[in-house]
Design a protein around this ligand. Sequence first.
Ligand code: ZN
Length: 251
Amino acid sequence: MRILLLSDIHSNLEALEACLAATPAYDLVVNLGDIVGYGGSPNEVIERSRELGRFFVRGNHDKAAAGVMDLKDFNPIAGMAALWTREQLTPENLKWLSDLPRGPIQVNGLAGVQFVHGSPVDEDEYVVSVRDALEPLLLSSMPLTFFGHSHLQGSFSTNNANSDVFRPEYRTVGQTETVEFPLKAGIRYLVNPGSVGQPRDGDWRAAFAVFDSDAQIVSFCRTPYNLKSAQDRIFGANLPPRLATRLAAGR
Ligand code: ZN
């Protein structure tokens, strides 16, 4: 089975469409949350995401925009974007967002694999370092977890004795590229496909991944998208301009 992994789209329709155009063939899509927040196309991104399949976990921005979580842990810019998003959403999309499940979720036919937003231990926890990853890696009942939330593409792993980090290295800054990451037996992994709509690893391109469960290979991908159009929607909505400018820097 080939699974297209999308995470942290953040209402960036242009980035989502670019990923869908660039992805190799897949059998199903799993969305790791933060479908909305920050960007200018919340309804369009929800509707496009729903067309793609039925596997979702909720992110903190989804909860905030839906009113499932209060905004006290949000910085002012993220809070403003969440409130703006809530005002824009159609009643149907608001209801759909508020009904999204908390991770971990599993997919039938895919043994030993789970999907979360932050970490398997806490849906809102940020896993950015090997140190953060160790507890969820060791406590989790599943050898392979796909997660999002940090907006940093890559993998953490452990064989119980040693831990490792993998960050894909790309050769260009503006083209579609893929880096293959074969998984090894007997190792536990936490894998982040990266953020579709607001990467924070210094690469402005939209990020996603495809997991081939038969070959046990994760293909990390980056693809350029219509950045100016995504930025113009943010400016046009009178959202904080920083939300548009940061997209160009991938920070
Ligand atoms: Zn996010």
